[in-house]
Design a protein around this ligand. Structure first.
Ligand SMILES: [Fe+2]
Length: 206
């Protein structure tokens, strides 16, 4: 018997946004970021500076990131309000080190910026479909994996890439399987402007 025809269509989708801002990053800025004082952060290293984009040395990078956030808000989220960077910091994974799964609290959209040369392999960023306890886990047949059922998806970074994603998405970084340090910048954002409706008494000015 011939199989009946059927349709599978997306109801909703989870986006991530990628652009390249290598043109906004100077060798002097790369050096400045690499020379920031770092602290131990569980297994990797994090900068002492946690408001990195506020530093005058970061001006052109901050402007390029804001331009991308404005595009994301307008074209992807379809909102009139602004996404403003809150905290921003640099990260370093030495050889043999990755980053455990986490989400970003008190943030709407988060970002990663690969501001300098990456190792080979670059250490992918892995996004997970689920970010909480699952009583029932039914493995998906590998050959049948697709956008509707995949438990996780990888983003492969290249130099200059800026990746934006929902702060609620669970993500981790693969172990650095090279002999070179893996460096990046991360940041959080929050919405600025007026949301809700005055007459519905849901108005909130941020
Ligand atoms: Fe993160």
């Amino acid at each position: 018997m011939a199989a009946r025809a059927f349709d599978v269509k997306p109801l909703f989708a989870e986006p991530y946004f990628k652009t390249n801002i290598a043109d906004a990053i100077t060798p002097k800025q790369e050096k400045f970021i690499k020379n920031l004082k770092m602290l131990d952060n569980q297994v990797n290293k994090i900068s002492v500076e946690l408001y990195l984009f506020e530093r005058p040395e970061m001006k052109s990078i901050k402007a390029a990131v804001q331009e991308a956030l404005d595009t994301f808000a307008r074209e992807v989220m379809g909102i009139d309000q602004t996404l403003a960077v809150t905290q921003s910091w640099s990260l370093m994974n030495p050889p043999g080190v990755g980053m455990h799964g986490h989400t970003h609290s008190n943030s709407l959209v988060s970002g990663s910026l690969y501001y300098t040369d990456l190792p080979d392999p670059p250490g992918n960023m892995i996004f997970e479909r689920h970010n909480h306890y699952r009583q029932l886990e039914i493995a998906v047949n590998g050959e049948k994996q697709n956008i509707y059922n995949a438990p996780r998806n990888a983003v492969v970074p290249t130099k200059g890439d800026l990746v934006l994603f929902s702060s609620a998405l669970q993500h981790y970084v693969e172990v650095n399987n090279s002999q070179m340090d893996r460096r990046s910048i991360a940041f959080n954002t929050f919405v600025r402007g007026k949301i809700g409706s005055f007459r519905d008494v849901s108005e909130l000015e941020l």
